[in-house]
Design a binder for this molecule. Structure first.
Ligand code: UDX
Length: 438
């Protein structure tokens, strides 16, 4: 396996002791295989020439300009990878779509490959093999996946043979009954649908969390009770300040855009509403913080614990913390930020110079919490649960507030210490009710 990238710095990092991404278990895998059957290189041409099978895993971000701006997938990187593959290939290749792509991308890519390959008689078989792994659990998801999905032109012999070749690769460690084959378009659409349905579950429980707060119901109890229904199942029902990550929003917008292109406006609107609910949840959280703290957070130090979009990753793409921080800054807050994995430069890139005037990044939680008026939990890092909250209470301004956007802390214990606690979808603290005049 040779991993190639045009970016020398990135490849150097993959060849060093400091891998360019943090992922539990990844260091061990790379160290065990690097130089043996795993290589990292910028020599794309040599790797393409030598390969029998090429996994294309380039970015497919949302288009920023032009037709479909803000919704459609930008396939620039995919197309340029395909043009390089065509230019440099001198033998038959199986081309595997790993990137999440709009339905029928394979058709467009095939055209690019066929029209641009100068070598005579070279044949390309295109497969769709969407990646379902989640960040933070990537290695486990890879070694023990729920399923592997391979889409190809199973209606003809060549396509069937290409599918079988990839099935054999996975069958080295995945039980065959977990390796599914489908037609190309089903495989491509399955990836978008899986992410849209997962995000929709979160938006659904987040919608209910708002209702819980009004009625005195507890969203964790509701999640637990509905999760016992085997048709619903217990996973992905944690109410949160909002879903983030590089996939959910991008894929839903892309799916909705495809629906629009096919004249299915009602279907598109249905999926847009999942993103709308996610935005509402973030706004609602900021509103809670402001209203609880006597309708003003101007010049108040708010400790923000966590910035990554989920625990066990340093990834901040589409993290709800960005919108929440921006919302609180708009109200004049001074944010004291601590995240165990996200470096200050990343926060700067996400928030911009202007916002950074109101954000201080700390390398340890103690300094972030000293003299804070409130704590907001943005990421469910395990270490936050182990802090000595009694001591933290001592060093904070009073009344000391905790706004738990992930419902990970022991709220009863915090209330006992003296904190005013807001937890998503939980019965509202009487202090907050009176502060909001409810
Ligand atoms: C997701 C899909 O899970 C994965 O299959 C796909 O390949 C890529 O996109 P990822 O974005 O890495 O993976 O993380 P995921 O665990 O799905 O979490 C996404 C977001 O939803 C996070 O912000 C997370 O905190 C949030 N979330 C998740 C909730 O708010 N509540 C939940 O119950 C679960």
């Amino acid at each position: 396996m040779t991993v190639v990238d045009l970016n020398q710095q990135r490849i150097d990092a993959w060849n060093s002791d400091n891998l360019p991404i943090y992922e539990p278990g990844l260091d061990e895998v790379v160290k065990a295989c690097r130089g043996k059957n795993l290589f990292f290189s910028t020599d794309c041409e040599a790797a393409i020439r030598a390969a029998q099978c090429i996994f294309v895993s380039v970015n497919t971000p949302t288009k920023k300009t032009g037709l479909g701006k803000g919704k459609a997938a930008d396939l620039t990187y995919w197309e340029s990878a395909a043009r390089n593959i065509a230019a440099w290939s001198t033998s038959d290749k199986i081309i595997v779509e790993k990137s999440t792509v709009p339905v029928r991308t394979a058709e467009a890519i095939e055209k690019v490959l066929l029209r641009n390959c100068p070598a005579p008689g070279v044949h390309f078989d295109i497969l769709s093999n969407p990646e379902f792994l989640a960040e933070g659990t990537a290695i486990d998801d890879l070694t023990a996946p729920d399923r592997v999905l391979i889409g190809g032109k199973i209606e003809n012999d060549r396509g069937t043979a290409a599918c079988a070749a990839l099935v054999d690769v996975y069958a080295n460690w995945v039980p065959r009954e977990r390796i599914l084959t489908a037609n190309l378009w089903s495989a491509e659409l399955s990836k978008l649908t899986a992410n849209a349905m997962l995000a929709q579950r979160i938006s659904s429980i987040n919608a209910i969390s708002a209702l819980c707060e009004c009625t005195g119901a507890d969203v964790s109890q509701v999640s637990f009770a509905i999760g016992k229904d085997s048709r619903i199942g217990p996973k992905f029902l944690n109410a949160s300040v909002g879903f983030g990550g590089s996939c959910f929003q991008k894929d839903i917008l892309n799916l909705a855009y495809i629906c629009e292109c096919h004249g299915l406006q009602e279907v598109a609107d249905y999926w847009y509403s999942v993103v709308g609910m996610n935005d509402y949840q973030k706004t609602r959280f900021v509103r809670r913080v402001v209203s609880a703290m006597f309708n003003t957070i101007r010049n108040k130090k708010i400790a923000m614990l966590g910035f990554a979009f989920k625990k066990d990753t340093g990834d901040t793409r589409e993290t709800p913390a960005i919108d929440v921080a921006a919302g609180m800054i708009e109200d004049g807050a001074k944010i004291a930020l601590y995240d165990p994995q996200v470096p200050e430069e990343q926060v700067r890139m996400d928030m911009g110079e202007e916002a950074m005037k109101s954000i201080t990044c700390y390398k340890n939680p103690t300094d972030a919490l000293q003299d804070a008026h409130a704590v907001t939990i943005m990421t469910e890092w395990d270490e936050f649960k182990t802090y000595d909250w009694k001591e933290i209470y001592q060093v904070m301004h009073k009344p000391a507030f905790v706004f738990d956007g992930r419902n990970i802390l022991d709220h009863a214990h915090l209330s006992e210490i003296g904190f005013i606690v807001y937890a998503l979808g939980k019965p509202i603290d009487p202090f907050l009710k009176s502060a909001e005049g409810a």
